[in-house]
Ligand binder design. Structure first.
Ligand code: TPP
Ligand code: MG
Length: 800
């Protein structure tokens, strides 16, 4: 074997030296950003701060294992990684701390997320997907601890699909043969959350390239490991996950948070195995410290012993790295002092730039408003009219947009009785600012581009005279067959969807036709089934996440609500994940099978579309719409509709149901009856019961609860009938109250009502088992008929 020449080994080691010094400087920059960040909060320039101090060295080592195309799903301690892989600058770090709404300044969230909640922008302002191979990528962070673990499963799963499913090779901007690693980061205490264990098991079962780092600083805020984890060690208790002879698992590694050299070795070899062989790994990094404590909300001196505090100073990773640099002869005190000095200067300059950028538009507004005050006062001829407002606005120290707006609105209230012409500039200033500023904080709940499913053109179903009549489950099967044939990015995952073809046979034969990679059975783990699909959607695929029954949606509801539904909003339009969640519900039997918690769903899932099709043809039209757009959505099919025969439109694979457009199923003049899903059939039965009494009912299927009746079709109906009844099987005050608020308040239908608006819903309790339980717990046709009669009698007793 040829020996390295002395010249070569010298250059190799000098390269390593340079790299160590670069790393040390970056670590120091990161630490300085944490220290300054805390100061900015404590002096009132930012609201809250949580930082990555104490985790720098481990992250510098981990960053060396990152390659373009890789993904991060981490948490608020990861600033050093983000700086090291080029996904964030120090200036952007401060812009987010100040909550700068300009996405040029805070591209991670446009001021919407707390500091150190990272993300990169992977779609442009027109909704086009950018290359994910240009550099490293970061999924958008969220605050609930361990929630990042769910989508980590999918970020890794996408690599498996890209490597094994050759039909995806055309997606050149997303993957290079599935070589991308998904890196997860989590705190030691958060590893006590259920979702951590579910995700760990899932990546072990799936054998996907996921590398999880646990930053173990011994605490979760004030609570030590003794109360967090069996044996006080995540690597001890996960030993059983480690591969054994003939059995794949999750590699378990352990390293120390201050051991720069050892960590580089650990991560370089450990991650290589993850990348090459798609073997998941967990890196338990111990001996991590928290120099400034948990966050700006408190001080760790209150709960850490003096011994622990002294240990944290001694084992501070940057201090240890500096000692190592000197011991190795890489540098000396003088040079390192100079380097630190330079780092401090650079961070301060970046902070100042971020602050100036943040302040500029607000200062401009302040000047504009002060000039308006001066003008009004001069024109009013009333000396001192706005003296106080002018004084306090010009004296306001560190400014917020709110300070300017409050001043303007309070002045407007004060001047309410003044001449309109005089105060016009002020009212125009307020209107203009409201128009510009509210969207800074409220836009991008959904896609606002041409890729919004709301912009998908309506294609009406075409029913021929000899239209096929088949059971609902076959309609769904045909719909997904066509979707999968049309778009190779579509795949389905869930319990029993593969070999069995769904418990209701909705996917019969599809696995044989499209392979196990396109329609895949999963374990019973709703939260990470969602994460498996969601993470893959982030990476450009089109997953259908099948949650077996609506009643089990709650297992993944936290993630739907906190992560999926907020993603586009919290990144100010920088990220989107078109995951379609399919489930089946309504009209089941038993405490856990009768749920129809649509009130919970419509309240918790703003940011998703919620479709409640009455039958499977309608469902197919909704899927056709959703797969033409990029927004995430939930579709709840009617479980007891699968065996009912439906007429199938000739264009089943192409027709679309527009979102937010109700359908009038029966026209009438006495009462408008608004409902959806399984209740449509019950309502139709009720209509038959009252027909002989001459009661004429306009039956409207809302079809989608979110969005809700965007063209105000229901209000138009009420203009004619002057009475409205909302029916559903949720609890009283649930989704029926939501519908009533939308129609009566938002659409303004109250002025067309001759009688109080009514709701008819399920009981407070969960539905009791059996058909009798159903009859007394959910609205029946008789309940609806009697309510309709009462409503007509109330207004026209002479008709009876
Ligand atoms: C689900 C949830 N519960 C509680 C919290 C409040 N909280 C925020 S951070 C934290 C401690 C997390 O500790 P650890 O996972 O060890 O991370 P560290 O902050 O120590 O890095 C807690 C309890 C939260 N954000 N989310
Ligand atoms: Mg901790």
């Amino acid at each position: 074997m040829a020996k390295a020449s002395p010249k070569n080994s010298l250059s190799v080691s000098s390269l390593a030296h340079e790299s160590a010094l670069r790393d040390y400087k970056l670590g120091f920059v990161s630490r300085q950003a944490s220290l300054l960040g805390r100061r900015e909060v404590l002096t009132g320039k930012a609201k809250f701060g949580i930082f990555g101090d104490g985790k720098e060295v481990a992250q510098l080592a981990l960053a060396k294992a990152f390659k373009p195309g890789d993904w991060r799903s981490g948490y608020y301690r990861d600033q050093t990684i983000m700086l090291a892989v080029g996904l964030c600058t120090v200036q952007q770090f401060f812009a987010q701390l100040y909550a700068d709404t300009d996405i040029e300044n805070d591209p991670m969230s446009g001021g919407r997320q707390m500091n150190c909640h990272f993300a990169n922008r992977y779609i442009d302002k027109n909704g086009n997907w950018l290359s994910q191979l240009a550099g490293a990528n970061s999924a958008a962070d969220l605050s609930p601890t361990a929630a990042q673990m769910a989508k980590l499963v999918g970020l890794g799963y996408a690599s498996k699909l890209y490597r094994e499913n050759k039909g995806l090779a055309f997606l050149k901007d997303f993957s290079l043969n599935g070589n991308e690693v998904a890196f997860g980061m989590i705190g030691n205490a958060s590893a006590a959350e259920g979702i951590f264990w579910e995700a760990l098991n899932a990546v072990g079962v799936l054998q996907v390239p996921v590398a999880i780092s646990v930053w173990d600083d011994g605490y979760g805020i004030s609570v030590p490991n003794k109360y967090q984890m069996t044996k006080e060690s995540v690597s001890d208790v996960t030993r059983g996950f480690h591969p054994s002879v003939g059995k794949a698992g999750v590699d378990i590694h352990v390293g120390k948070g201050w051991d720069y050299e050892g960590l580089i070795e650990l991560y370089t070899s450990g991650v290589e195995n993850v990348r090459k062989h798609h073997k998941p790994a967990l890196f338990h990094i111990t001996d991590i410290t928290q120099p400034q404590g948990h966050s700006t909300s408190g001080s760790h001196e209150r709960y850490k012993s003096s011994e622990r505090l002294a240990y944290e100073v001694e084992f501070d990773c940057l201090r240890k790295m500096r000692e190592w640099i000197i011991a190795k002869g890489i540098s000396n005190d003088t040079e390192l002092d100079a380097l630190e000095h330079e780092a401090i200067k650079e961070v301060e300059q970046a902070r100042q730039r971020a602050w100036d950028d943040f302040l500029k538009p607000i200062e401009d507004d302040r000047k504009k408003l002060l000039a308006i005050y001066e003008r009004i006062e001069a024109e009013s001829g009333k000396n001192g009219l706005l003296k106080e407002a002018h004084g306090s606005l010009s004296r306001a120290p560190s400014l917020l947009r709110r300070v300017v707006m409050q001043s303007a609105r309070r002045s407007m209230i004060q001047l309410a009785s003044e001449d309109e012409d005089l105060i016009k500039p002020l009212s125009e200033f307020i209107d203009e600012n409201q128009r510009i500023q509210r969207p800074l904080f409220t836009s991008h709940l959904h896609s606002e581009t041409g890729r919004s499913p709301l912009k998908v053109a309506e294609v009406k179903p075409v029913f021929t005279e000899n239209a096929l009549e088949i059971p609902g489950n076959e309609v769904i099967q045909k719909c997904f067959d066509a979707l999968m044939a049309r778009d190779p990015r579509v795949f389905i995952i869930g319990e029993d969807v593969g070999v069995l073809g769904d418990v209701n046979q909705n996917f019969k034969g599809l696995q044989d036709k499209y392979s196990e990679l396109r329609i895949t059975d999963t374990g019973i783990r709703e939260a990470t089934i969602l994460g498996q699909g969601y993470g893959a959607a982030i990476r450009g695929l089109r997953p259908v996440v099948d949650i077996q029954y609506l009643d089990y949606l709650l297992y993944c509801f936290q993630l739907l609500s906190d992560d999926v539904a907020t993603l586009h909003y919290r990144t100010s339009g920088g990220q989107i994940a078109p995951v379609i969640v399919r489930t089946k519900g309504h009209r089941l039997e038993g405490i856990w099978h009768t749920g129809s918690p649509l009130g919970v769903i419509v309240s918790g899932l703003r940011g998703m579309h919620v479709c409640v099709p009455r039958d499977m043809v309608q469902a197919a039209g909704m899927y056709n719409t959703l797969f033409r757009g990029d927004d995430p959505a939930l579709v709840i099919e009617v479980l007891n509709g699968y065996r009912l025969k439906e007429k199938v439109p000739e264009n089943l694979a192409e027709f679309t149901v527009p979102l937010g457009v109700p359908e009038i199923l029966a026209s009438g003049t006495d009462v408008t009856l608004v409902t959806y899903g399984a209740c449509i059939r019950v309502a139709e039965e009720a209509l038959k019961l009252v027909a002989s009494l001459g009661i004429s009912v306009e039956l409207i299927d809302v079809r989608t609860l979110l969005p809700f009746d965007v063209h105000q079709i229901i209000r138009s109906s009420i203009e004619k009938t002057n009475a409205v009844l909302f029916v559903d099987e949720d609890v009283p005050g649930g989704a029926s109250a939501f519908m009533m608020q939308q129609v009566v308040e938002v659409q303004g239908a109250y002025s067309d009502l001759d009688a109080p608006p009514r709701t008819l819903s399920g009981q407070q309790n969960r539905g009791a088992y059996g058909s009798d339980g159903d009859y007394w717990c959910k609205p029946s046709a008789e309940d609806i008929a009697e309510t309709l009669i009462a409503m007509v009698k109330e207004r026209a007793p002479w008709r009876f």
